[in-house]
Design a protein. Sequence first.
Length: 451
Amino acid sequence: MIFTGNFNNDKKIEKIEHEFTIPEGTNRISLNLNKGPFEHIIVSLEDSEKRTRVLTSFKTFKKKYYLTNHWETTSNCCIPGDILSGKWKIKILKPYMLQNDSEFEIEILVENGNLIKKENLKKASLEEYYPDVKEWYAGELHNHTMISDGKITLKELKKEILQKEIDFIFPTEHNSVLTKYPDLDIPVIPSTELTLDNLGHFNLFGLKKLIDYYDFIKEDEKREESLKKIFKEVKKQGGLVSLNHPFHNSSRMSLGLFYNIDLSDLDFIEVINSPTEKDSNPYYDKKALEALDMLWSDGHKIFAVAGSDNHELSLGDPLNYIRLDKYSTQNILTNLKNGRTYISRVGELKIKIENKNEVVYPGDEVDGEINVEIFSSQVLTWKIIKNGKVIKTIKDKKIKFSEDILKGEYLRIEGVSENHEPMVVINPIYNDLKEPTLKKWFDVKDFIWRD
């Protein structure tokens, strides 16, 4: 069966679906993306029981997918299981205007027989546990492979992870969730980068099942309404939402957030993004850090994260360090949510924070005097930031200071290079913050971009 058509650029949002029949006795379906624009146009396959079995997009270098009842012979981004007879659907969502009207062709093959396919891959899961070997674990939260629009294969990715000694990874392909991953002895947390256009990207962490965006978007509704429904589904699954590169712009495209979403839907804000990319500009990260301080000064507990966002070959710069009691996927998600983390481009730090003779960590609530010691492998200019203002600056590998954190106050620490690039961001500690008054993203964006 071949389904063809042309996208209509008179419509901002376009939804197309085709129904077809699967006969009894089928044990394999092939989905082939024969033709289509290299854009974030989402393609999903729904079975006769209305379950999403395949989720991909035209913005991928992977054009062929197999669906069977065995995990080993089912392709990445697909859910194995019985190939039930009855009416199935191929669903196509064009969520934004294309520059030109574009033709597409999708082929569905209904097949039988054995499919021999050996891959050294493991299932991506939220149920992984590993031996506890240290206090802080380093992970990558924003990355891409050729399964979307990256230039790295899964095999090359495995090599990078081993070389950089990465302890966990959140695979964030555009609009797809990897169901298979290189056979590595580290937690792999099912995630995706929600990309409905280039006016706002979000990482969705810790997903328990595929989200078919086709079902959450109406052709005549505002994008904020669609995003609200998707975020609600993420939270229903126990997942987390991160706002990616909120102020990034380049000569090629704007990638900041241009939708007035509810701040209450955000768990994180990405404050360092793709610093090694050739068109990277640290100015945009500095704006994101301004937004972080504005949010915390208003009482929001939205923590800082970072990602290499590697569309080229290299990943792991920056890394997110998480304090863990148990080395497991669920504990990674819990401590990430609670901000027990810091971001570093200079490797692991030695951090000691005490409050009332007890050890505390970034993200913790404190009361009164704190004593802080930090050691880095490199000399940095350290900024001690309290309630959005720099109260102390120290240039050294090691810093040591004490400070009172009173009710309604927060304190965070930032290390910058000689070129004033953010190299370390340690998430805030705080004392009984006020109830937030800022409700919408534009309350922040319009203020940050005032100059």
